[in-house]
Design a protein around this ligand. Structure first.
Ligand SMILES: NC(=O)c1ccc[n+]([C@@H]2O[C@H](COP(=O)([O-])OP(=O)(O)OC[C@H]3O[C@@H](n4cnc5c(N)ncnc54)[C@H](OP(=O)(O)O)[C@@H]3O)[C@@H](O)[C@H]2O)c1
Length: 319
């Protein structure tokens, strides 16, 4: 099993976790990004994750206003999982809210999570009405009260991440993670100081959209018609990114070449590169069916050589 310590928690999490945005049940604006998955499909995806040695799940308030948290934990209960072995990260949504809403919404989070503890609570975006320092203080209070175990942020730039880190240090708590968009096709965090600072401060990176929402699997390059049948909002986003299908082709071709050597898939090599290239990084691919989930979890069994890691690094940096 590919376990690594997250932040300074002492907690060993699988280098690949399961992204649970897909379980939003088509509820709310963010939730409407993905088509609704049935309870059966959700259960199968979670079961496959666990069989594939994934031991943690990333969800959020925003993912269907509780629907994702609820369907995740209902499935975990059906599967008789143990909350000391399987962990949950969720997020508070800050838009148009003050820091007091973190406390106001925590009971709801815990209710939707059906008794599963919040191992990692994250601030979803740095766009609340209150300062980062105020938000961190409320989060620290929740740790002190035993309502959450560890604290993370998401979409925080380098300066915002440092402010969160400093505010928590004053409370004797270490900032565990920053969840950022990061994949072999989007390496912005390596250029804007986030990765460097995270490594220096021992803050883990949780890479969201690690397959660039499917682009890094190569399936849209192989069959661009797939985009036509796609859900509206996602299709629009991909159309924008679709301009880069041509641009990203050299990376996809190299992923395919390496996949042949390892008898694996393009998606697996994209994920294996992400967690192999950075030892402080966790990837949280989402899945719309159990085959994708198995594919992604099995990426933890693939170990790329230094030469392969560097070749992919070079090619993806040059696009
Ligand atoms: N903090 C934030 O602001 C933020 C933002 C975005 C996401 N997230 C988190 O990160 C997680 C993952 O990000 P994401 O869902 O945006 O992108 P992603 O993981 O890069 O892409 C997921 C989608 O790619 C396709 N896919 C996945 N595995 C595949 C495989 N092996 N082969 C072929 N297709 C595959 C599936 O869609 P189709 O089958 O429909 O093609 C799946 O729904 C989310 O679930 C969420 O937990 C966080």
């Amino acid at each position: 099993m590919s376990l690594r310590k997250i932040g300074e928690t002492g907690l060993a999490l699988s280098s690949i976790g399961l992204g649970c945005w897909q379980f939003s049940k088509n509820t709310g604006i963010a939730g409407s990004f993905w088509p609704e998955l049935s309870n059966e499909t959700t259960l199968n995806i979670i079961n496959t994750s666990i069989k594939g040695n994934i031991n943690w799940f990333d969800t959020a308030e925003l993912y269907g206003w509780g629907k994702s948290e609820e369907s995740l934990t209902q499935s975990l209960i059906k599967l008789n999982t143990n909350s000391t072995k399987h962990f949950i990260a969720t997020k508070w949504w800050p838009l148009f809210r003050f820091s007091s809403s973190i406390r106001k919404t925590i009971k709801k989070r815990l209710n939707y999570l059906n008794g599963f503890p919040i191992t990692l609570h994250q601030i979803h975006m740095p766009y609340g009405f209150s300062s980062i320092e105020k938000e961190m203080n409320v989060m620290a209070d929740l740790v002190d009260e035993g309502l959450i175990k560890h604290i993370g942020v998401s979409n925080f730039n380098q300066k915002q991440m440092i402010r969160a880190y400093n505010a928590l240090e004053k409370r004797g708590i270490h900032l565990t993670s920053n969840q950022m968009e990061y994949s072999i096709l989007n390496r912005d965090i390596e250029k804007n100081g986030i990765m460097e600072t995270a490594k220096k401060l021992n803050i883990s990176i949780i890479a969201y959209s690690p397959l660039a929402q499917g682009i890094a699997t190569g399936k849209f390059h192989d069959n661009p018609d797939l985009i036509k049948n796609m859900h509206t909002w996602r299709r629009k986003k991909l159309k924008r990114k679709g301009l880069s299908l041509t641009k990203s082709l050299p990376v996809i071709n190299e992923l395919k070449k390496i996949a042949k050597i390892h008898n694996s898939t393009t998606a697996q090599i994209a994920l294996s590169w992400l967690i192999g290239f950075n030892k402080n990084t966790f990837a949280i691919p989402g899945a719309s069916n159990e085959n994708q989930c198995k594919d992604n979890a099995d990426a933890m069994k693939i170990f790329l050589s230094n030469e392969e890691l560097e070749r992919l690094d070079y090619i993806s940096r040059s696009i």
